[in-house]
Design a protein around this ligand. Sequence first.
Ligand code: GLP
Length: 245
Amino acid sequence: MQVIVTKSYDESCQVVAQMFCELIRQKPDCKLGLATGGTPVPMYKKLIEANKAGEVDFSRVRTVNLDEYCGIPATHPQSYRYFMDENLFDHVNIDKANTYVANGLGDAAANAAALEQKVREGGAADLQLLGIGNNGHIAFNEAGDALVAEAHIEQLTESTINANARFFASREEVPTSAITMGMADILAAKKIVLMANGPAKADAIRGLIGDGRITTQNPSTLLKLHPDVVVVIEEELAKAAGWQG
Ligand code: GLP
């Protein structure tokens, strides 16, 4: 695992955006695994700027998103489809037909099977973007006694519902379940980049980069099984997580 410590969150976003731009230039029809949450938003802004400046062309890029809330339609402003359209897809020259965000409504088993198929279609993602939850969850694979390999429906923990309540009008409106890629789906990507910022992530990041232990209580630690993972954090978070370099 490679850990990149930057001077600022903005620099972290620059580093990650650069990785995406380089990949897309090298492989214009690459397959990207994308993530939502507050963390990647400024990084997506940089991709939009690069696209507008003619530095990167999304016309042949394919994307699959990690997860989606259950019980809200794609038109809901907090759905992850809406998020992706608003924060990236509507502002770059991507073909929306080449983007996939799971369906959170209707037959859950069929929706999970459809997500699993998209993960596999055309081979592994060239680059998978990840954020991390305060409890170490990645996508919506929650901390607990067991993790699930393939795409599935996950009941969200109190910690995750509380953390995500800031995006909704009230805590009661936060969906209590989500459809998510499983751990094997994430680990199947050729390369993974995880970005995090802010002190709330310190414990989760300590578990990820502090030692060699793997535990389902911090799902991000399973990334230690992958040969090509890059973690990008700013120095304040690195310090809070006890990173020695
Ligand atoms: C959600 C998403 C995750 C994301 C996490 C952290 O639970 N399913 O993919 O990493 O939130 O989000 P934030 O970046 O807002 O802290």
